[in-house]
Ligand binder design. Sequence first.
Ligand code: AQP
Length: 329
Amino acid sequence: MEKKRVFSGVQPTGNIHLGNYIGALKQFVNLQDEMDCVYCIVDMHSITVPQDPKQLRETTLDVAALYLAVGLDPKKSIIFVQSTVPQHAELSWILTCNAYMGELGRMTQFKDKGKGSDSAGAGLFTYPILMAADILLYKAHLVPVGNDQKQHIEITRDLANRFNHKYGDTFVIPDYKGIEVGARIMALDDPLKKMSKSAENIHSRISLLDSPDKVKKSIMKATTDSEGVIRLDWENKPGVSNLLTIYSAFTDRKIDDIVGQYEGAGYGQLKKDLVEIINESLTPIRKAFEEKRNSEELMDILKDGRERASEIAEQTMKEVRDKVGFIRM
Ligand code: AQP
């Protein structure tokens, strides 16, 4: 039986944080042995908000090196940069012509980032279509992402179904692939908001490349509550619940089991242990990152990824161009 195809990506908008890692990257690595995986660095998505060109080139390579550092293997997975495969933009336009203003206006990420302003970038508005194009181009069956992206998978499915209905069966209808624990890691300073690369307070998140000291500061400062009891209760104790979730993701232990271990203990102990656990996992990642980021091999991996991704993308586009009525040459 043919392996199922997986597609996902991360924006090069800053250092990858624990949310990106737990919600997405860890899944990427776990899936690469059993599935046919295509992982992208989605630089075209990142320019929906202003980026410094020089910085963008650097962060794009940083994310590529981090992909490798967390364990993605270019022999098993296709790893490439979105803008190096122009078919993404091409399919995005065709899908745009089959999308509705109303459905795009309902996307919560646009509402959050665009804040209803007339001067919000049009790219922020159409971004979900580009994401749909990314996924559909590779006829992916599964899309491992954090649960903030669930709505975007829904619109991808709608656009694929609409195209298939209008032009005949073309695209695979993809499924969201989430995880049970950690699909939405919350900000450490405000556990009612998701952890995000662009939040102003650096202690709201832990980036994979943070120093052990920074990890300690951010965890020790993390917002909890005044009850002093360690238990999972998202409604009344979001801060503690978030720390337990991060703990569970890094140790692969059940939250109940962790709660049992800390019966009668204070938040200080939980935080101290969590600092150690995180640093133990991040130290080898940081080391591997330094090696990969400075190696000549990095660009070769991205070139090879571009070749392999382009082959699949062009095959799909030939079919799509034909179906919409563009001339054959
Ligand atoms: N807090 C989170 N918890 C779990 N998963 C998360 N992801 C993002 N935040 C969390 C998942 O990480 C993948 C890559 O995300 P992205 O970089 O493409 O975009 P994003 O969701 O916009 O990430 P950020 O960190 O919040 O960036 P900014 O601040 O630039 O918008 C996705 O699978 C996402 O679900």
